[in-house]
Design a binder for this molecule. Structure first.
Ligand code: CO
Length: 461
């Protein structure tokens, strides 16, 4: 990769500690490239070939260029990835305090390798819902009055806490394996030496409570101070403790990258770069970025929702399609689901089928599974192999050991909801779901190249 493209990836990773920030980063780039933001609650007007995008729930985004020809004649070229990653979701209202220490309780989001979260400087980031202050100049504010809600993104990129391990002297067997309990072991230490009287914590004081600022948790007060509001103005929050360290590049020629959330910001970034640089085509081009893959996708904005089908339906309707035309458009479409693949790990060779273990630096991996944990079938595999040949990109194949069930992706769900033929692919990745994962920049570049060819050439149907 060129140093400029490596820097763009690093900047995207560092600016996107949560799905909300990833969507915000992508929306900013799309707007900078002339993209028109559409609101699902408003009437749309679409221009063939122009860049449009829609955000649902603040953390899922679908961008598209309507094709220059009717969708039922050309179909859509789609590519999708997920915006979320495992994290520790903060329970910000109630402090866990005692003996002058204050901790923030958490819930585990997705399936992180928990040991990698220990003793690591953690930042706090996410979305906060605030009681809106009515602007006297805006008529809609006057109508909504005190019921107006304002959403703000928060990214305290500096460390604010740590989950401390127990000293080895008090657990001599820790290196034989230790099960971390989310309720008792994972609360994040955020302050020490507090003079707050014991028991103040029990008085509560939080979003919607009567407790007042003094009794609010340290984290809630920090969030309020950072946003310039009183703690009582915080009505709700989707905040996560996340790795505070930036991405780093290493290797003999700077060919490797180590960062939080490579799963699946690598996929998002490859699709985004290929999509914004694509030129309008006869077929529609659709870039899909969905939240909540790590917890099964069954949310209003996840892959197991109406979101993608809703947007495709609206594009078709606004391009003059009738009901039958819509189904014809879906049948002519092709989708590439991009998520990371398990790279062969030399220390754990026995965990892989050596014949189907993708290597770091070996290029995109095509992922297949007999039980459709990945959407790939022979038709989709063939289409992708031809696409790789067109793009001059080699392709590896990943299948898990026959006695190990692999992970899954958004591919099987978006495919099931739309009927669109879909291939699952991904860049090889080490340490999936660690707080720090490792991938090859060369694979990322090749992934972007093959996705650019996909948006250019369109569905082969
Ligand atoms: Co993933």
């Amino acid at each position: 990769m060129t140093s400029a493209s490596t820097k763009r990836l690093g900047d995207f990773l560092d600016a996107s500690p949560t799905a909300f920030h990833a969507v915000d980063s992508m929306a900013a780039l799309l707007e900078a490239r002339g993209g028109r933001r559409l609101d699902e609650g408003s009437a749309w007007e679409l221009e063939p070939g122009a860049l449009h995008f829609v955000v649902r729930g603040g953390s899922s985004l679908i961008a598209f260029r309507p094709g220059l020809l009717p969708p039922q004649e050309t179909g859509f070229a789609l590519a999708g990835a997920h915006t979320d990653s495992p994290a520790l979701k903060a329970r910000i209202e109630k402090p866990l305090s005692g003996k002058g220490l204050e901790r923030a309780a958490v819930e585990v989001y997705g399936s992180p390798i928990l040991s990698t979260w220990m003793d690591r400087p953690l930042a706090l980031a996410g979305r906060v819902a605030l009681r809106g202050v009515a602007d006297p100049r805006r008529a809609e504010d006057q109508q909504a009055g005190d019921r107006r809600i304002e959403y703000r993104l928060l990214n305290l990129s500096r460390p604010v806490g740590v989950v401390p391990n127990l000293a080895i002297h008090l657990n001599r067997d820790v290196n034989k394996g230790f099960e971390l309990n989310a309720q008792t072991h994972l609360p994040v230490l955020v302050a020490a030496g507090l003079e707050t009287p014991e028991g103040a914590a029990d008085k509560g004081g939080s979003a919607g409570d009567e407790g007042g600022s003094a009794a609010a948790s340290w984290i809630l007060r920090l969030v309020a101070r950072e946003l310039g509001v009183e703690p009582e103005a915080v009505l709700g929050a989707d905040l996560f403790f996340v790795d505070a360290q930036r991405s780093v590049v290493f290797g003999e020629e700077g060919e490797l990258i180590n960062a939080y959330r490579l799963d699946d910001l690598l996929g998002c970034h490859a699709i985004l770069e290929a999509f914004v640089d694509a030129v309008p085509a006869r077929h529609g081009q659709v870039a899909v970025f969905l939240d909540n893959e790590e917890i099964g996708s069954r949310t209003a904005r996840g892959a197991d929702s109406s979101f993608l089908r809703d947007i495709l339906g609206r594009i078709c309707a606004l391009q003059g399609c009738g009901t039958e035309d819509f189904y014809r458009a879906l049948a002519r479409s092709f989708s590439v689901s991009v998520d990371v693949a398990q790279a062969w790990h030399p220390s754990y060779a026995e965990k892989f089928d050596e014949s189907y273990a993708p290597l770091l630096g070996g290029g995109p991996a095509l992922k297949a599974n007999a039980n459709f944990r990945y959407a790939t079938d022979a038709e989709a595999e063939a289409a992708f192999r031809l696409l790789c040949a067109d793009a001059g990109v080699g392709c590896q194949k990943y299948m898990s050991r026959a006695d190990i069930a692999p992970g899954s992706t958004i591919g099987p769900m978006t495919s099931a909801h739309t009927g669109i033929a879909t291939v699952d692919i991904g860049a090889p990745l080490l340490s999936m779901h660690s707080a720090r994962e490792t991938a090859s920049l060369r694979d990322h570049e090749l992934m972007t190249t093959v996705l650019a060819a996909h948006f250019r050439s369109g569905p082969r149907r």
